[in-house]
Write a protein that binds this ligand. Structure first.
Ligand code: KIV
Length: 293
C-alpha cells in the first residue's frame, strides 16, 4: 500500500523535474488531520489554499483571509511533516501592495507557517513580485485562468480564455511566468485546448483544475473530493466519497447508543481497585460526605 512506503521529500526541483513525466498529484488540506490523510494517500503537493476561507471558515470569498489566517492553517499542515511539499497560498493583498511587502509576507509564510513554496495568482502584472520572492530563495508556483482573488474584476467566477485573444493573452502570461522562474503553475477554469497549448509551450509543469486532462498534474479541493460538504460542486469536480453522509450516520449511531444507554459500556469505562471501592461505598450514600467539596 502506498501509505506504508517511506517517501522522499517532494521539493520544488523535484516537481519541476516531473514536467511531462508521471502526473503530479496535488490536493488542498487546511489542518493537521487532512494533511496526514493527503500525505498517506500519496499526494506530491499539499496546497494550503486560500479556498479555506470558503471550505472551512464559511466565508463566501477567498478575499476574507489574510496572512495571519494562512499561517495559522499552513503551520498546522506543516506539523504533519508530510513527504508532500507544503505549498502556502499567498492571500489577497499580501502581494499587491509592493515588492518589499510581498517578499516579507512570503517570508512569513515560510518562517512562521512552515511553507516550502508559495502560490501567487496572476500573470505578467505580478512578474516583479514573483521575481522578488524568488530572489529571496522562496520557490513560487503561478496560478492563471480563473483566479478567485480577482472575482470582482472578472465579474464573477467565470471560465477564462474562451475568446481567442483572451486565450493568447493567457498563453503569453504562462510563458512569462515560466521564464521568470516559477517551478510550476496552476491553470484553473480554462478550456482544455488552452491548457494543452500552455502545457506544450512552457517548460514547467502545469497543474489543472477545470482545465482538462492534458496538464502535467491535477489539483482538487480535499472537501470536494471526499464529499465533506453538500454545497455546489463545479462540473470539474469528481467526488470519490460521500464522507459527510458517513459522518452524519456515525454521529447518529453514537447519539442513538447514548439515548438507549448502550454507550459507554464497561470496556469503555474506568474501574478502581476493590479495596478503594469498598472503602468508598462504606461511607456512601451520605450527603455530608460531599461537604468538603
Ligand atoms: O485555494 C485553492 O484551493 C486553490 C486551488 C483551487 C488551486 O487555489
Amino acid at each position: 500500500m502506498e501509505n506504508d512506503i517511506p517517501r522522499t521529500k517532494v521539493t520544488a526541483p523535484a516537481v519541476l523535474a516531473r514536467k511531462g513525466g508521471p502526473k503530479l498529484k496535488m490536493v488542498t488540506a487546511y489542518d493537521y488531520p487532512s494533511a496526514v490523510i493527503a500525505d498517506r494517500a500519496g499526494a506530491d503537493i499539499i496546497l494550503v489554499g486560500d479556498s479555506l476561507a470558503n471550505v472551512v471558515l464559511g466565508y463566501d470569498e477567498t478575499l476574507a483571509v489574510d496572512v495571519d489566517v494562512m499561517i495559522h492553517h499552513t503551520s498546522a499542515v506543516a506539523r504533519a511533516e508530510p513527504a508532500a511539499m507544503v505549498l502556502g497560498d499567498m492571500p489577497w493583498l499580501s502581494y499587491h501592495v509592493s515588492v518589499a511587502d510581498s517578499v516579507a509576507n512570503a517570508g512569513r509564510m515560510v518562517r512562521d507557517g512552515g511553507a516550502e513554496a508559495v502560490k501567487v495568482e496572476g500573470g505578467r502584472k505580478r512578474l516583479d513580485v514573483i521575481k522578488g520572492i524568488l530572489d529571496a530563495e522562496i520557490p513560487v508556483m503561478g496560478h492563471l485562468g480563473l483566479t478567485p482573488q480577482s472575482v470582482h474584476a472578472m465579474g464573477g467566477y467565470k471560465v477564462q480564455g474562451k475568446a481567442t485573444e483572451a486565450a493568447r493573452e493567457m498563453i503569453r502570461d504562462a510563458v512569462a511566468l515560466a521564464e521568470v522562474g516559477v517551478f510550476a503553475m496552476v491553470l484553473e477554469g480554462v478550456p482544455s485546448l488552452v491548457a494543452e497549448i500552455i502545457t506544450k509551450e512552457v517548460n514547467v509543469p502545469t497543474i489543472g483544475i477545470g482545465a482538462g486532462p492534458l496538464c502535467d498534474g491535477q489539483v482538487l479541493v480535499f472537501h470536494d473530493v471526499l464529499g465533506l460538504h453538500d454545497g455546489h460542486l463545479p462540473k470539474f469536480v469528481r467526488q470519490y466519497a460521500r464522507l459527510q453522509e458517513t459522518a452524519i450516520e456515525a454521529l447518529q449511531s453514537y447519539f442513538d447508543d447514548l439515548e438507549k444507554g448502550l454507550f459507554p459500556n464497561e470496556d469503555e469505562s474506568y474501574s478502581m481497585s476493590e479495596e478503594a471501592a469498598t472503602a468508598l461505598l462504606r461511607d456512601e450514600p451520605r450527603g455530608d460526605a460531599f461537604d468538603a467539596f
